[in-house]
Structures are given as structure tokens and as C-alpha cells.
Ligand binder design. Structure first.
Ligand code: SF4
Ligand code: SF4
Length: 236
């Protein structure tokens, strides 16, 4: 059965413990960053930041609201990144059979910079980043080493507000639907994001576009096969 993470943003306090724990478990080096006038730091994903707590500020019904979005790879059931990488290097990106986790392997190093960019562009949530020093594509792997050892991903283990839960996909969907029903009483616009397609399920309280551009699934560019098929499709 596939594993899932449920992220209930209505409970997130933006403490960023998950972001730091992810970095620590992966052994990612500290890199200089800059305060850009927002709580969000670094400003975007980097090869050393697979988890990023996004922050935005909005005026809702005359009051200022802060929205927090602990962003990461969604572990898509049909991952655009893998579909884009398969024609270039077999098994550069794989889906772990036992858990459904989408993993970038060492074979990513055989991809060219241009091919990596194509793969990054194919992700509807703009997640992977290429490490120019190693040639590796970097993104959340749901702490697959911990999961195979029967442990939770590090971000879930660290979150003490109940924002993040981990388990079997069916159980996480059930939990997400139960929480949605409760949260909707206070936030009628609350919704679950793309739940039928993803293994990382977000609950948001406001329209998704208010969190950040890629909270909404962006259309994936056609791969070469799809593009050629579109050329021969008869006009109607
Ligand atoms: Fe939010 Fe939990 Fe991450 Fe803190 S650890 S930023 S509460 S998801
Ligand atoms: Fe791949 Fe992007 Fe889906 Fe993650 S969110 S599995 S990087 S397509």
C-alpha cells in the first residue's frame, strides 16, 4: 500500500521545525541566505532545501491574515518528473514499489543540465532543483530510509502542532476528509488540494492561489510523444 503525508495548514504556526529537521536529516549544508522582508526564508526551494514553509500576508474581511504552507514534493501518483526523465535516463527517477514514494536516484547525474531543466519544468508544483556541483536533482524523498525502517518522515516526526500526519494513503485521505468537515465550519472556503492525484495531501483554509503560485497545479508541458501526437491530430 502506498504511504501518504497529510498537511493540515489550519494548524501550522510556521515554526519551521519541519524545514530544519529535513535539512538536518539529509545532511544538507548551511548556505548563506538573505532576509527579503518576509518570514519565508530561503525565498525558494534550493538543492539544500527540500522543505520550505511558504508565507503570505493577505487582508481578508478587513483583517490581516498570515497564511503558512509547508511546501514539498507531492509524490504524485503519475509523476510528471519521472515521465520527463524516463526517455533520457532509465531509472533516474523511480517510484518505490512498496511505498509509492517518488525518488531521484544517482542516475540523475547522467542527465544533462538541459534535460534536468526539462524535468523541473515538467513538475506541476515546481519542486525539483538541480545541484550544479553534483549534477543531482534534489527534492523530498519522504525520508524513504526512515519509512523503510518503520519510522515517520523527519518533518512529520518534528511537527508538534498536529499539522503533519503520516500513514497509509487510505487512512490519510480519511483523516483529511474528517478534518475538512470540521475546518469548514470556521473556514467555508477550505479544501483539499488535488487529493485524487497526490500522496501528499494539503488542507487549505483559503483559495489555493493565495498561498503561492504553485499551490495550484500548473499545466505540464507536452512531452515529445504527446507533442508529435498533437501534430498529427486531425482538425475539427
Ligand atoms: Fe508548520 Fe509543523 Fe512545520 Fe512548524 S513543524 S512549520 S507547525 S508544519
Ligand atoms: Fe515529481 Fe513534482 Fe510530482 Fe514531486 S511534485 S513527484 S517532483 S512531478
Amino acid at each position: 500500500m502506498s504511504k501518504s503525508i497529510f498537511i493540515d495548514t489550519s494548524r501550522c504556526t510556521a515554526c519551521r521545525a519541519c524545514q530544519v529537521a529535513c535539512k538536518q536529516w539529509k545532511g544538507f549544508e548551511a548556505v548563506p541566505t538573505k532576509q527579503t522582508g518576509t518570514h519565508q526564508n530561503p525565498p525558494d526551494f534550493t538543492p539544500q532545501n527540500n522543505k520550505l514553509v511558504r508565507f503570505s500576508e493577505h487582508k481578508i474581511d478587513g483583517r490581516i491574515h498570515w497564511l503558512f504552507f509547508p511546501d514539498q514534493c507531492r509524490h504524485c501518483l503519475q509523476p510528471g518528473c519521472k515521465m520527463a526523465s524516463d526517455p533520457y535516463v532509465d531509472e533516474a527517477i523511480v517510484i518505490d514499489e512498496a511505498t509509492g514514494i517518488v525518488v531521484c536516484t544517482e542516475k540523475c547525474k547522467d542527465l544533462t543540465e538541459e534535460q534536468c531543466q526539462e524535468i523541473i519544468d515538467s513538475c506541476p508544483y515546481n519542486v525539483p532543483r538541480r545541484n550544479p556541483e553534483t549534477g543531482m536533482l534534489s527534492k523530498c524523498n519522504m525520508c524513504i530510509d526512515r519509512v523503510h525502517a518503520g519510522l515517520e518522515p523527519m518533518c512529520v516526526k518534528t511537527c508538534c502542532t498536529g499539522t503533519m500526519s503520516f500513514g497509509e494513503r487510505d487512512d490519510m485521505i480519511r483523516l483529511a476528509e474528517e478534518r475538512l468537515e470540521k475546518v469548514k465550519k470556521e473556514h467555508p472556503k477550505a479544501e483539499l488540494l488535488d487529493v485524487e492525484d497526490l500522496s501528499v495531501i494539503f488542507l487549505v483554509t483559503q483559495p489555493r492561489a493565495m498561498y503561492h503560485d504553485y499551490a495550484c497545479r500548473q499545466p505540464r508541458p507536452l512531452d515529445r510523444g504527446e507533442f508529435l501526437a498533437s501534430l498529427v491530430r486531425p482538425f475539427r
